[in-house]
Design a protein around this ligand. Structure first.
Ligand code: TNX
Length: 520
């Protein structure tokens, strides 16, 4: 990105994530009072809200025109990216052009940042320098994975998270809805899950859950903002909430006790019990039916107490159920070939050709992949051998990158940081900024990378302020990794842009961590 000061000041230094092209032009536009023109009333309404929050007075007519117009020719020259847009500010008005609704919103988000940066004090005009921004994302999947189990974050918090994610042009909110400590989504065919297992959380904290209706409303709120909610039901480990609600899932037939600690890896389902497969079919069928987006995540992480063969059969079965319900499966990397998954493959696939539509990778005595073509694997643990991931990609798996030492925003910023964990790394802002998703797995083709997701686990995060202080400013860094081309990234420019954006966080009372890496 070109970062140049224009007549009105720091406009060009305000946009996160960095756009592909930003060309300052002659002239200045006073956006103190604006009128939004758009064929789509919902988009116009959202644009009005964003501009008003940035300090503009939005009036139904007579203000400086902000025109949102469908335009297949918008975006960087030659781009066919569905999310591309062009934002043009001249002395006479603003145009956002894009082929699709998502691009129109992205353009408005860019404009919001230019307006917010122009805001100085009350009574002074909101002057934005003329500029043309042509932009498109590097990756299609730009997400945040959020654990609402260890501590409960209800609909109001989740809408605030949707707004935050959207403001940095991220488009997936992955909700970790089940774990040992609680079950957070009503499942109509299995009401005991929330009746018996939603009340608790870590260390005796109060839990909660989304009713089917609240889940629907949250997805609609997100979809309006072009954000897809991806639900995760974590199996076959991390299941103590399920085995507490349904004793038939245990060999003893007895429900397990509730759990409010923060250990991982101790609980599991048992595939050979008669109750287990019907349970999985009920839960995943309901979740698929209740979900507006195309993806359902089935977890698969950290099953430390199961033989590879049984694990492999779970992976095959969950993918089959989810795909059969018309959704694309997503899972943590273990499902695709950690040491665990790799050994699981041969055993599970002997006699089950349905798991993979191809035999890619099976040559030379290597195991075939467990994953179906199109299944998305979420890479998080940077320790295991890379070869199985490359084989999974050859079998058609896609990857979303959440390397724990960069993108896990529950990691402490520094050893002294009061919140968070430290098992993967200390993750300062620069660490979240300084990495390339395409360079994480040796030999993985760029075409196998679907995108990037930050992740925040909430063992130590009790409320919205705790959560936001871990997200901000690091979420902005991960958003730039996911959206911007590597050559557009620049740490010094990013530092300046974060300092500008922080004025918005302060105005909106959003908690953030004042890392010494930024000149606030
Ligand atoms: C690992 S990452 C987990 C979570 C924990 C997290 C804490 C992953 C797939 N599993 O169960 O909450 O570490 O950082």
């Amino acid at each position: 990105m070109t970062t140049v000061s224009s007549g009105a000041g720091i406009v060009a230094d305000a946009v996160i994530p960095a756009p592909v092209e930003l060309e300052p032009a002659e002239g200045v536009l006073d956006l103190t009072t604006v009128t939004v023109h758009a064929a789509d009333g919902a988009v116009a309404g959202l644009a009005g809200e964003l501009l008003a929050a940035a300090g503009a007075l939005v009036v139904p007519d007579g203000g400086v025109p902000v025109a949102l117009t469908p335009d297949p020719a918008a975006g960087p020259a030659g781009s066919s990216n569905p999310e591309r847009y062009t934002l043009t500010v001249t002395a006479d008005g603003v145009t956002v052009a894009a082929p699709e609704r998502s691009g129109l919103l992205h353009g408005v988000r860019t404009l919001r940042q230019l307006v917010a940066a122009a805001r100085r004090e009350a009574g002074v005009p909101l002057e934005v320098g003329a500029v043309v921004v042509r932009d498109e994302p590097r990756y299609a999947w730009r997400g945040l994975s959020l654990d609402v189990v260890r501590h409960w974050f209800g609909p109001a918090d989740l809408r605030a998270v949707v707004d935050l994610v959207g403001s940095y042009k991220m488009n997936r909110l992955h909700l970790h809805l089940t774990d040992d400590q609680g079950w957070r989504l009503e499942i109509p065919s299995r009401p005991a899950l929330t009746e018996k297992s939603s009340q608790g959380a870590v260390s005796g904290a109060t839990g909660g859950f989304l009713t089917a209706r609240e889940y629907r409303e949250l997805q609609e709120y997100a979809a309006e903002r072009e954000i897809v909610v991806v639900p995760e039901i974590d199996v076959p480990g991390h299941v103590n909430a399920a085995t507490h609600a349904y004793g038939e899932l245990m060999p003893s037939g007895e429900p397990t006790d509730t759990y409010d600690g923060i250990e991982v890896g101790f609980s599991k389902l048992h595939l050979d019990l008669p109750a287990t497969e019907p349970f999985l079919r009920d839960v995943f069928s309901d979740v698929a039916r209740m979900t507006l987006g195309p993806w359902v995540h089935f977890g698969g992480d950290e099953v430390l107490v199961m033989q590879p063969e049984e694990f492999g059969r779970f992976v095959v079965l969950c993918q089959e159920i989810i795909a059969g319900a018309g959704k694309t499966p997503v899972a943590w990397q273990e499902a695709g070939g950690s040491a665990h998954g790799d050994q699981a493959a041969a055993a599970a696939l002997a006699g089950d050709a349905a798991a993979s539509g191809t035999d890619a990778g099976a040559a030379d005595g290597e195991q075939p992949a467990l994953v179906r073509p199109g299944t998305i694997l979420q890479y998080w643990d940077t320790r295991p051998d890379h070869a199985p991931f490359v084989r999974a990609a050859q079998a058609g798996a896609k990857f979303v990158m959440s390397p724990a030492d960069r993108a896990y925003l529950d990691m402490k910023y520094t050893p002294e940081h009061p919140l968070g964990q430290a098992w993967a790394a200390f993750v300062e802002l620069h660490d979240s900024y300084d990495w390339d998703p395409a360079a994480l797995i040796d030999g993985l083709p760029e075409s196998a990378i679907e995108g990037v997701s930050a992740a925040v686990w909430t063992e130590t995060l009790l409320n919205r302020d705790d959560l936001f202080s871990m997200l901000l400013p690091r979420l902005a860094a991960v958003a730039e990794i996911a959206w911007s081309q590597p050559e557009a990234k620049d740490w010094e420019s990013f530092r300046a842009r974060v300092a500008v954006e922080a004025a918005t966080w302060r105005r909106e009372n959003a908690a953030y961590h004042p890392t010494p890496q930024i000149d606030w």
